[in-house]
Ligand binder design. Sequence first.
Ligand SMILES: O=c1[nH]c(=O)c2[nH]c(=O)[nH]c2[nH]1
Length: 296
Amino acid sequence: MGIVMGPNQYGKAEVRIVSVNRDNARHTIKDLNVSSSLRGDLDSAHLTGDNGNVLPTDTQKNTVYAFAKEAPIGEIEDFALRLGRHFVGTADGITGARILIDEYSWERIPVGGTGHDHSFARSTDEKRTTAVTIDGDQAHVVSGLKDLIVLKSTGSEFWGYPKDKYTTLAETNDRILATAVTARWRYLHTDVDWGKSFESIRATMLEAFATTHSLALQQSLYEMGKAAMEKHPEVAEVRLSLPNKHHFLVDLEYCGLENNNEVFFAADRPYGLIEGVVTRDDVEEAPQAWYSLPQF
Ligand SMILES: O=c1[nH]c(=O)c2[nH]c(=O)[nH]c2[nH]1
């Protein structure tokens, strides 16, 4: 019986980078949070402190900034693929890389017809995300979004569930349904128009959330994933994490008022957490694409 080193990776987490394109007076900006992790023959680093294969995390950080200057960042998936492929092979033993990028959204401040040239406002907490894994000469791209907050003021029911002596929840055929969508989807290949695919998947999931008459958030989750996959053959699976942001009807009887589903208390916790994978029954799983990511 011995003690051995198990799976490991190391890198620089959360390199914050804002890049301004100043090609003309109408600037564009990219605001990213980039994390890199390298994998490979790192046993001796852990067992004996031999750093022969350890590209410093400081160098990884510097590389992110330099790459942002050397060529336009472009879509986050392309930037992550470029970085990941570069890191693999920087040291003999580095055989894999994982690049995580979150992109923050900025909109032009609406001055004049087309918005201000170099002034921006962040109007939402929503982030576009990608997780790119390079494994030798293989690449996996898992893209997504997080903190997309949505609400339906009707068109949502919840009833028919089992009841026991602890149940107090009343069945309802008209409630508020609200959630903060975290979604990740795995692409089958890298020959993708990333921006177009992202916008379409996002819009399709929003449409499904809006138009599904929901009998449970679980049903909405499946419909959202299914709609995205039906429209996007380049996507192998969609993983969703949906906190059920409960809205409780306020009892206004204390002052003789009838509350006809109009006034709610928005609770922030606890919340139901509804999570799931919507997948195709004819594609191979790719556990390496998800390694060390939250399961949903
Ligand atoms: O959409 C829902 N799914 C549940 O599993 C659940 N459980 C609960 O108390 N409320 C809800 N709502």
